[in-house]
Design a protein around this ligand. Structure first.
Ligand SMILES: NC(=O)c1ccc[n+]([C@@H]2O[C@H](COP(=O)([O-])OP(=O)(O)OC[C@H]3O[C@@H](n4cnc5c(N)ncnc54)[C@H](OP(=O)(O)O)[C@@H]3O)[C@@H](O)[C@H]2O)c1
Length: 314
């Protein structure tokens, strides 16, 4: 099979398409013929030698990527719920070695879900890591409730655009931050208010928030504390809840947490319900061919991507 291998950390030019043995699924695993993968910021950080690179490098060859959608080609003896020919999607082995940039991927059955008929394979691949992150943060960690006020930072990005829609599906009042270019996009997604971070200071104009989803870092967390009500929760997905943030949060009776997404077929099944009835829409702004993976990485590294990036594998 063809796979995109990273022989050394560095720029996108370090990717090489190589011919490797097709993997064989173990008892609890599924062999998927991959049709589409989605690219996330963690892919680029890991490629550059940061994020998860150190934990992957001992398991050469390093094959990046975690988000896949495709067709089941073989199932292990102890996989009851999938059959050859099923279309599936999911985030494989995160934060381990996902090996998604390949024609075939072996995945634990517990990391996958059936693709809903209503969406394409490209949309399904895109609705994996970023959608799971938004779901796990808002539903499991923040336990959002109807009428709560939820502030989503970088609301036009991969995680953010899913988070806005999930919070709306739960009946929350949603405030998103983005540049003015994304105002109309966020309103279409359902955001009740959009803060143009280039022209407004969120900490000056937003108050009485129950939940903040931070994807920008410590400085943004410090500002966001001012928007939260006592008893509110700040969850950072970029490790922004550092000591200074925690100290101020304690004074204001705010709970803080740094969160890392994990693979979960069960969570994907719940997202599937929203994807099926259109409450969760996947916005794909860029699609690339398999041999254009370096361009896909350059795009995600702009930090300006609206929605998601997809790479077709065939
Ligand atoms: N811990 C975890 O489990 C986890 C999971 C997923 C992602 N992450 C991390 O979370 C971050 C976001 O991920 P992502 O996939 O959403 O990234 P992304 O898709 O690349 O986000 C791009 C978006 O960020 C917006 N943006 C950039 N600077 C901004 C600012 N100062 N204020 C508001 N919006 C801004 C841009 O909107 P404009 O063009 O309008 O500026 C753009 O739409 C990344 O660092 C990623 O590694 C962590």
């Amino acid at each position: 099979m063809k796979a995109i291998v990273l022989r050394a950390p560095g720029g996108p030019e370090n990717f090489m398409i190589e011919e490797l043995e097709t993997p064989i699924p173990k008892q609890h695993e599924i062999l998927v013929r991959v049709k589409a993968v989605s690219v996330n910021p963690v892919d680029a950080k890991t490629r550059a030698g940061k994020a998860l690179y150190n934990s992957l490098k001992e398991d050469a060859p390093v094959i990046l990527g975690w988000d896949i959608a495709g067709e089941v080609m073989a199932v292990g003896d102890e996989v009851p719920n999938f059959e050859v020919g099923d279309e599936v999607f999911g985030m494989v082995n995160f934060p381990g070695h996902g090996k998604a940039y390949a024609e075939y991927v072996v995945a634990p059955a517990a990391h996958l879900a059936h693709k809903p008929m209503e969406i394409s394979l490209q949309e399904a691949a895109a609705a994996s890591l970023a959608a799971l992150t938004a779901w796990q943060v808002l539903v499991h960690q923040a336990q959002i409730l109807p009428d709560q006020r939820v502030l989503i930072h970088a609301a036009a990005g991969g995680v953010g655009h899913f988070a806005v829609q999930i919070a709306k599906a739960f009946g929350c009042y949603v405030i998103g931050t983005a540049s003015g270019n994304n105002y109309a996009f966020l309103r279409e997604l359902g955001a009740d208010e959009v803060i143009d971070y280039k022209n407004e200071q969120v900490e000056e104009v937003v108050r009485n928030v129950d939940v903040v989803l931070d994807s920008l870092g410590e400085e943004n967390c410090l500002k966001s504390l001012k928007t939260l009500k006592p008893g509110g929760r700040l969850i950072s997905i970029v490790g922004g809840a550092k000591e200074a943030v925690e100290a101020q949060a304690k004074e204001r009776k705010i709970t803080t947490l740094n969160y890392l997404v994990h693979s979960s077929g069960k969570d994907l099944e719940q997202l599937t319900d929203l994807l099926r009835d259109g409450r969760l829409k996947v916005h794909i702004s860029h699609t690339f061919a398999f041999d254009e993976m370096p361009e896909a990485h350059r795009q995600i590294e702009t930090h300006k991507t609206r929605g998601k990036i997809v790479v077709n594998v065939e």
